[in-house]
Ligand binder design. Sequence first.
Ligand code: FMN
Length: 138
Amino acid sequence: MKKIIIYFSLLGHNREIAERMAEQENCEVKEFSPGNKLRVFQIIGGKKRLRKRARRMEKELLIFNELIICGPIWAYKPAPAIRSLLKYLTLEGKTVSCYMTYTQDYRESEEIIKNMIEEQSGIVKEIAFKNIENMGDQ
Ligand SMILES: Cc1cc2nc3c(=O)[nH]c(=O)nc-3n(C[C@H](O)[C@H](O)[C@H](O)COP(=O)(O)O)c2cc1C
């Protein structure tokens, strides 16, 4: 299995998680960056740009068959950047894990992520949520 970790991070927690995991697993890590302005405003717009950037990243992922995606919960759901990755990357035949950070509530996010992966014919490996308020404990 050739594995890669892709992350989106606004405040740096997911960057830290992804980089630590890449070191432990000895695999590549890549940031999915929707651009400076879009970092926060993606929540109310910028879908087209996210789609374009996800499709651009797709070409770099062809050689990988296991994807690990890290990102935050925004407005009770995976941030738009993460939803764009799950929607526009080709996941067919790939094993996908998602590690999401949150502070309070992620409601139906597990179901949303699972459905998005399966809609793209990806294989769900693991979906987990981490409260960043406990991150200092490690
Ligand atoms: C626009 C925005 C919306 C958020 N909405 C939620 C939410 O609905 N539930 C929650 O538990 N945390 C919410 N958070 C907190 C984020 O999940 C938290 O900042 C994030 O996990 C930190 O990851 P990062 O440092 O990689 O950006 C929100 C944060 C932002 C910036």
